[in-house]
Design a binder for this molecule. Sequence first.
Ligand code: PGA
Length: 253
Amino acid sequence: MRRKLIAGNWKMNMDRASAVALAGALVKRAAEVSAVDLLVCPPSTYLVPVGEALGNSGIALGAQNMYHEANGAFTGELSAAMLTDVGCKYVILGHSERRHILGETDADVNKKTKAALAAGLVPIVCVGELLAEREAGQTAAIIKRQFDGSLAGISADLIEKTVIAYEPVWAIGTGKVATPQQAEDVHADLRRLLTERYNERSAGVVRILYGGSVKASNAGDLLGQPNIDGALVGGASLKADEFLGIAAAGVWR
Ligand code: PGA
């Protein structure tokens, strides 16, 4: 049985005071949704104060990106060890905004994934097709290419410590959510790719999150699908009520 993971990707939003206030609001009510795992990923400048606000609430802290090198002359970058040093347990890698706005490739995501795992961070590796790719019937091929490229050379032991997020690019920040069946089809495909590359047991351990316009009002149907093990939430994670509403929808599913 995979425990549901509800992850908030705050992206480049908020200031210090509002980030700490949001974390505090989540902490107050975390006990209501203790049957699911909660994670928040604030901008890196607010990792420390948000981590302090989360305290020992059980809500995990994560980063939105990192660089694969351990240290050195990489101006503007952060290493995996720097993230664990400030309390991060997770890191989002290969988000579509990084792939499509900042030019990250599968090879980049692969190097980061290996570095994150080596440092004991749980990588949340994102994959997802563009609208044009879906309309051209290429969804399965794109997902397989991103899966193969981003997760190349990861052992069965380490894949069990990895989270995958399926985020159709056309559903991110657009209000256009994939139907539960559209999402489940891709999640089942990913589970099949995991089974083929590893084995049924390892494939059964990996949590596969759905992301793209998840809200409290649509989360129940998505989280009720057999291969949807949680949500990666952008916009709706900036409001405590919405985020906790999504988590509550995951409790019984
Ligand atoms: P959204 O973003 O929930 O605002 O669509 C999801 C994501 O990009 O992780």
